[in-house]
Design a protein around this ligand. Sequence first.
Ligand code: SF4
Length: 254
Amino acid sequence: MTAALHRAPADLGQLVESATCWSATASPEEILAWAADNFAPRMAVSCSFGNPEGLVLIDMLHRVAPGRFRVYTLDTGRLPQATYDLIDRVRDRYDVAVEVVFPDAVAVQAMVREHGMNLFYESLEKRQLCCRLRKVEPNRRYLAELDAHVTGLRKQQNVTRAGVAKLELEQKGRLVKVNPLVEWTSANVWDYARKNGVPLNRLHAEGFPTVGCAPCTRAVRPGEDQRAGRWWWEQADTKECGMHTQAEEGGSGI
Ligand code: SF4
């Protein structure tokens, strides 16, 4: 992790305010170049290695800001082997040291001791507890070292993401969230990935539009919504791990 100082929240706020109008019509590549110019090396792309979006962003950054971006991912301990294989492919392809962030082992041990290995199927509260310990808290810890993070959020992904903007401030103004693909459709993302030979998770070819933790992801049946395979036992309005919804509470958010 770099020892460079954080930019002051007032600075970050001014930057976002001055770029908001411009960003409305800027391409994803232009937004990424702007982000690298303003935030590197205290900027990282969040990539789950289970959606094409994060990988498309890595490919774009490799073109517009080579050597000036970081990539991080959360290893929950429950990911499928295909995702681990893809992390290593991306390391080789883009010559980037993927920063793998792990949960607090003591907290996970205590959770499993109390609730068992598969608590997430038992209730929404237990599923959110698992996501919090394995994803939200490690993410919060990692983001505390950054000034900006780049995500592949798109408005069309879920009802919970309809209001996402290209540039956002979170954690009480201490962190800029850059969402270059908010206006893109799924077709835009897949077209870019195919045209540019972006390495993708091999489970997509087996019916998984997105790949998360193995016990919480299944293949989608023809005609089903793209997110139907994630936490399929829950309603659409609860299908978030919590990383994107805590910003307004001063918490984390990828
Ligand atoms: Fe736990 Fe499932 Fe959330 Fe992964 S997606 S952290 S296994 S509840």
